[in-house]
Design a protein around this ligand. Structure first.
Ligand SMILES: [Ca+2]
Ligand SMILES: [Ca+2]
Ligand SMILES: [Ca+2]
Ligand SMILES: [Ca+2]
Ligand SMILES: [Zn+2]
Length: 572
């Protein structure tokens, strides 16, 4: 049938009016994988101060009461609350009844972007819930415990002061002169940054790079330079002949954990004794009181690494079993795909030895599957491992925003000096436009990990009538994901209880595990046969249990596992 002109005109009109409707329906068009008009406004090309973190978390809790709660794990040395967010679909069960994934960031005060990775994860989960099936299901089945910064004092020092600390701010006598924190950095030119000092010198060992005079390069042997570099901005506050030798804090919060711990003479930065810092004690207590934590991620910077343990050769007092290491390898390799430029590496072998690190404690004492991502790699500048010049990147992409131009100031000891160099906001932390992209990728790795925590299912129930009013009930419980309900470390140190499979609705006469279903080999459990004890349900594995029971009513098989969640099924 030929369309009349009238029909065509009407169709065109409808088309036009639909376009107009679409255009006036809002101010945005949804990009794939992101919320177009989030309920909680947040931007991911800047860094949140501690106040900003608190505000964002409060707004998330207010907007999504069914998904997220906020609590404090304790107070930092300076009295800041150690914020921990709990995320799960509360309508689908309590947070403790599901396998949980722990995320923290910023244990090192100057490694601030771990916080944004953690916050982005919380924000994204809330905003995409109900809009994306994967996220909706994930929050139904799993719990996330997210601690945006576990060194809030170190972070505040970074965002609110000129300087930058790896440590927290608990006072320590770094130079053993009997005084604590008596000689920190000074912002001599008042630009809000502690940068480098250089001084003109006729026989200097440095010169300005002819290709980019901002950059200092060493002179060739025999060549005379114009400059010498004289360390970071500051003066000698205590007149001991050293400049800035004892600033706030100074210990390494990631050498404070009570597993494979060694004192300061073995492990620099170890401080006094395991868990001598209030922040690590608070986090330890939160984690140990949430035994459903199955996996974890601790964000650091920098280097573009997906780190796995062990952190000391041979693993210290524990050795990673082959079965656990296979999980680490498999998930880590997928991580390399999710986050281009990041490499899966083993801490002691590929980086350096760490005694008393959080990661070893999370695996060693908690038995969780734990990674630590070293965020930011120079690869991200030009998506090229061979093009990694900070100055060129700053010139071409950041328009010299990251470099503090050399500026002359009077120094009480050195006379006329120049201060300048890269801002602390560049070099280890992401520039704004790359922050959201990397936050999304690192979150995607976290979500992949969380998805691979156990998912249990009573996959089959077979009932066979026996003589004398008895029945034989055989149930299969499957784990549909890669992580077992117990890591090998968990099994070895009996960290969480075994898994329990219970028969309901029938009087149990005897119960057993079918150890070899093919040949019908069973192992009877004489004590309390109604609840069969299973040491572990392997990743992608299944267990078969059997009962001889009296009665003919409908039965239900329940399974409960601290780190594998719960599942149940009724017979037909
Ligand atoms: Ca001192
Ligand atoms: Ca300065
Ligand atoms: Ca001094
Ligand atoms: Ca000083
Ligand atoms: Zn670090």
């Amino acid at each position: 049938m030929k369309k009349s002109l009238y029909t065509i005109a009407v169709s065109l009109l409808i088309l036009v009016s639909q376009q107009v409707t679409a255009q006036t329906g809002g101010f945005s068009y949804k990009a794939a994988g992101s919320p177009a008009e989030p309920k909680v406004a947040a931007t991911w090309n800047k860094y949140y101060t501690y106040e900003g973190i608190t505000d964002l978390c409060n707004r998330l809790v207010k907007a999504y009461p069914g998904l997220i709660t906020m609590e404090s794990a304790g107070k930092s040395y300076a009295g800041r609350e150690m914020i921990v967010l709990t995320l799960t679909d509360k309508a689908k069960g309590s947070h403790t009844s599901k396998p949980a994934y722990w995320v923290d960031g910023n244990i090192h005060g100057n490694e601030i972007q771990g916080t944004e990775m953690a916050l982005y994860t919380a924000w994204y989960l809330c905003e995409m819930y109900g809009k994306n099936d994967f996220i909706t299901e994930l929050l139904g089945e799993k719990t996330f415990y997210i601690a945006p910064t576990i060194n809030p004092d170190g972070r505040a020092y970074f965002t609110d002061n000129a300087g930058s600390l790896r440590s927290g701010v608990v006072p320590r006598d770094d130079d053993r002169d009997g005084l604590v924190d008596e000689d920190g950095f000074e912002d001599l030119n008042g630009d809000g940054e502690i940068s480098m000092m250089r001084r003109k010198a006729t026989d200097g060992n440095m010169k300005a790079d002819p290709a980019d005079p901002r950059k200092m390069i060493p002179v060739a042997p025999g060549e005379k330079g114009d400059y010498e570099t004289i360390g970071r901005e500051g003066i000698d506050n205590d007149g001991d002949g050293f400049i800035n030798e004892d600033g706030p804090g100074s210990y390494d919060p990631n050498r404070d954990w009570g597993y494979n711990w060694e004192p300061n003479y073995v492990q620099n930065g170890a401080d006094k004794y395991p868990f001598s810092l209030p922040e690590s004690r608070a986090i330890r207590d939160f984690i140990t009181s949430h035994p459903n934590i199955t996996g974890s991620q601790s964000f650091h910077n920098s280097g573009g690494m997906i780190l796995k343990g062990p952190s000391v050769e041979g693993g210290g007092s524990e050795v990673y079993s082959r079965s656990d290491d296979m999980v680490y390898e498999s998930i880590g390799r997928t991580g390399e795909k999710i986050i281009p430029g990041y490499k899966l590496l083993t801490i002691w072998k590929d980086m350096y030895t760490v005694w008393g690190g959080e990661l070893d404690w999370m695996y060693g004492s908690i038995g969780a599957f734990v990674y630590s991502n070293e965020l930011w790699t120079s690869y991200l500048m030009f998506n090229d491992t061979t093009q990694t010049d900070n100055y060129e990147f700053d010139r071409l992409l950041l328009f010299e925003d990251a470099f503090l131009p050399w500026e002359e100031v009077d120094h009480p000891v050195y006379g006329k000096v120049e201060v300048g160099g890269f801002s602390k906001s560049f070099g280890r932390v992401h520039p704004g436009f790359l922050l959201e992209s990397d936050a999304h990728r690192n979150m995607a790795f976290v979500l992949y990990n969380a998805w691979q925590t156990p998912k249990l299912e009573v996959s089959d129930i077979k009932v066979r009538e026996l003589k004398g009013g008895l029945r034989e009930i055989t149930a299969t419980v499957s784990n549909l994901r890669m992580m077992p309900t117990h890591s090998a470390q968990n099994l070895k140190y009996r960290i969480t209880p075994p898994d329990y499979i219970t028969l309901e609705g029938s009087t149990v006469i005897s119960g057993m595990v079918v150890t070899d279903p093919l040949n019908n080999v069973t192992l009877e459990q004489k004590k309390e046969p109604g609840t069969i004890i299973i040491e572990n349900i392997a990743g992608y594995g299944k267990v078969v249990v059997r009962w001889i029971a009296r009665g003919n009513s409908q039965i239900t098989v329940n399974v409960r596992s601290v780190r594998g969640g719960t599942a149940s099924r009724a017979s037909e």
